[in-house]
Design a protein around this ligand. Structure first.
Ligand SMILES: [Zn+2]
Length: 83
């Protein structure tokens, strides 16, 4: 199940984030979208990126999605959620 991403406060650092579920997994991303260069920089940094898709949910940008261009706006995962 995926839910529409909404603005929320990170429970750890109180920063504003976008929060939603991606196929049942809670996702928190930085509230400002990045361009493809920003996405690449984040990926090189070991952070995951998500695309905000047409139904308002965040979808993990795996290799297939990056190549196929799924995701209208790109967001970088909020570092508190990083493992
Ligand atoms: Zn945080």
């Amino acid at each position: 199940m995926s839910t529409v991403a909404r603005r929320a406060k990170c429970p750890d650092c109180r920063a504003t984030v976008l929060s939603g579920l991606d196929e049942g997994i809670p996702v928190r991303v930085e509230p400002e979208p990045v361009d493809p260069a920003g996405e690449l920089a984040a990926l090189c940094d070991g952070r995951r990126t998500y695309g905000l898709v047409a139904d308002g949910t965040l979808a993990l940008r795996d290799e297939w999605r990056i190549r196929s261009g799924v995701g209208l706006k790109l967001y970088v995962e909020h570092p508190c959620g990083a493992r």
